[in-house]
Design a protein. Structure first.
Ligand code: ADP
Ligand code: MG
Length: 237
């Protein structure tokens, strides 16, 4: 398993955002955390990333106990719904950022950035500023930046949530394709069941701070444990 969360509980004051959650995510798998807003998906992702600490429970990444490891030591790439690009830097510089702070040799950075921009189909935009990109292109840049440092885990929190339906659909197909090419262990948060069904190898349904169901898209479509959360696209019996 690449990611193991065991018995994670997280409270905000009296409110229990995660209630004894355990999840196992195999290496190389594209996993969707699916569920309604407020269910605890982002909190779970942030605990995996090390941006938040659970009150109890453990996190291990690639067999290493990461429970008390700071985010920057976990070798995870992160993409949020609203990408905070460096506005004054070019697209290429934005993608190179993580490599430059690691003092990677210049020639290696140049080659890696070229490779990444090709991968996300932005090679002709290398010298533009992020403000000159469309929303979809900006999220592709964010993915290139997250992948630059060869993370062992890629975490995406509603990465396409702010985009319109057509671009969202395009990026969803593209992400599937990208993952086939670069099979980094990926956890993808979404409240959109169609997106989860189309993109993911496996879906973890998170609702009211608990894991309600884990299964392949087909399993969940055929036999949703909670029709309200996961059933209304599938057969109604
Ligand atoms: P989701 O991503 O599934 O929409 P979240 O994990 O963001 O859900 O949030 C789960 C619940 O925890 C929500 O009710 C949210 O208001 C609450 N919550 C999340 N972060 C905080 C915080 N920093 N302080 C207080 N409450 C929070
Ligand atoms: Mg969220």
């Amino acid at each position: 398993m690449s990611i193991e969360v065991r018995n994670a509980t997280k409270r905000f004051g009296d409110f229990v955002a995660l209630d004894d959650v355990s999840v196992s995510i195999p290496t190389g798998q594209l996993t969707a955390l699916l569920g309604p807003s407020g269910g605890g998906k982002s909190t779970l992702l942030r605990i995996i990333a090390g941006l938040e600490t659970a009150d109890s429970g453990s996190v291990s990444i690639e067999g290493r106990d990461a429970t008390h490891e700071p985010a920057q030591k976990r070798n995870v790439g992160f993409v949020f719904q609203h990408y905070a690009a460096f506005k004054h830097m070019t697209v290429a510089k934005n993608v190179a950022f993580g490599l430059e702070i690691r003092k990677t040799p210049k020639e290696e950075i140049r080659e890696r950035v070229d490779e990444l921009l090709r991968l996300v189909h932005l090679q002709q935009f290398a010298d533009r500023k992020p403000s000159q990109l469309s929303g979809g292109q900006r999220q592709r840049m964010a993915l290139a930046r997250a992948l630059a440092v060869r993370p062992s885990v890629l975490l995406l929190d509603e990465p396409f949530g702010a985009l319109d339906a057509k671009v969202r659909k395009e990026l969803r197909d593209w992400l599937r394709h990208l993952h086939d090419e670069v099979p980094v262990t990926t956890v993808f948060v979404t409240h959109d069941q169609e997106e989860a069904l189309e993109v993911a190898d496996e879906i973890v349904v998170v609702n009211e701070g608990r894991v309600e169901q884990v299964g392949s898209p087909d399993d969940l479509y055929d036999a949703p444990a909670n029709r309200f959360v996961m059933g209304f696209l599938g057969p109604v019996t």
